[in-house]
Design a protein around this ligand. Sequence first.
Ligand SMILES: Nc1ncnc2c1ncn2[C@@H]1O[C@H](COP(=O)(O)OP(=O)(O)OP(=O)(O)O)[C@@H](O)[C@H]1O
Ligand SMILES: [Mg+2]
Length: 477
Amino acid sequence: MSASKPPCILVVDDDLDLLAFLAKMLARKGGYEAVTARCAEEALDKAQAEPPAAVLTDIKMPGMGGLAFLQRIRTLDPAVTTVLMTGHGTIEMAVQALKDGAYDFVEKPFDNERILRALDRAVERTRLMRENARLQDRLSGQEHDHGFVGRSRRLQQTLELLRRVARSNVTVLIRGESGTGKELAAKALHRLSSRASRPMVTVNCPALPEHILESELFGYRKGAFTGADRDKTGLFAEADGSTILLDEIADIPVSVQTKLLRVLQEKEVQPLGQNRTFGVDVRVIASTNQDLEAKIRRGEFREDLFYRLKVMTVTMPNLAAIASDIPLLAQHFLDRYSREYGREPLECSTEALQSLMQHSWPGNVRELQNTINRGVLLCDQGVIEPADLWEEMEKPPALGAAMDLPDDIAAASLARLSYQQAKNALLHRFNAAYLSQALRASGGNVTAAARDCGMERQAFQRLLRRHNIDSRTYRDG
Ligand SMILES: Nc1ncnc2c1ncn2[C@@H]1O[C@H](COP(=O)(O)OP(=O)(O)OP(=O)(O)O)[C@@H](O)[C@H]1O
Ligand SMILES: [Mg+2]
């Protein structure tokens, strides 16, 4: 943060007049920037958007009260310092709050000087706590251990959020389009956490059929079902003391969702065929590129599980949102692949870089990475040219020639159609061929096909409907 920006105080109270008064007073007399919130929920959102230097909160509020809020904000950001405002009859609560980690309290009616002094100390304490955490990170060599490349503001904000939530134990939901670095983010969360010394357990949810997913996650006792000829430890037990990543969580069946909810609520696991449960200490990270809200509406995803998961949501930016990082990312992948293939260091020509900047990247960083990989393989000099990056196919095809036109719109008859009709006819045919080919390659698996095409599953499915294509006809057997 720049030195000129005044420290930000998050002020929480359900009394609007008081909020306005405090904001003005803190700005005028304390030189602070006040961010106000009318309830704890709003305050948590705002603290997530920008970490405050200190929090000044009422202790008695409708909805989530001051004590619960204190706990939540401390999980979110262990370094932030909280000062409570107490009214008549809340002294006992204030004492409890001090035990729970509040730093100080001020009594209503206020003495402005007293508030300012308390906040000055609180801000200083937060600064020291953050500095200390940074030093510890550096000492353990984790400063750049997140694996992300890029200096854009949007990416840096995301990394800052990852760093902050890493230290807590909250469940994190990582959202984002395909190829935006969701798995990389999960690894970073684990590596930056106090659990880093133990390996993270990753579960690729859609890869496992329903009954296997359940027994893999929770384990089973010998004899629990036919074929269970010995006890099996589940992945949750394996991840005890560490982190579990439930990758592509949107695809897990509702029965497994129900069991999962129990684990998140009770922190207990019950293996199949066993009556007793046992406790586990596992930090859960879930990722998805799907529209969970739509799945909830269709009854395919449990709403209560969704709310459990999304307490802390990290949304990975798509490549368009961090387009200024494309040159840096391209160079990063160039270095990586030229090293991997034992080549001299390579660089991009200006034209190649321009073409990279102009591309729309539906497959995000992963697509960029693959494009550079191919470029390094194809390039026979020290400089990558556009021709090394793009296949012929990706250039606009010569009308008719590349399209293998059907009789109804054979090249000769194209001219007789209006421009719009000709375009629609070609587009329809292209879409149908493209979608069928993708489904054939994935054996009728819509999620996999969408991913291979660099598309959101929902968008892919919309296209299927529009072109009257039934994915089931592509399933094996
Ligand atoms: N900012 C970045 N810097 C360097 N590498 C990145 C960055 N973002 C993503 N990557 C790389 O891009 C590739 C795709 O990332 P990742 O697998 O984490 O994406 P994802 O969102 O999980 O994709 P999918 O939805 O397809 O599973 C990985 O090789 C990852 O290391
Ligand atoms: Mg992934």
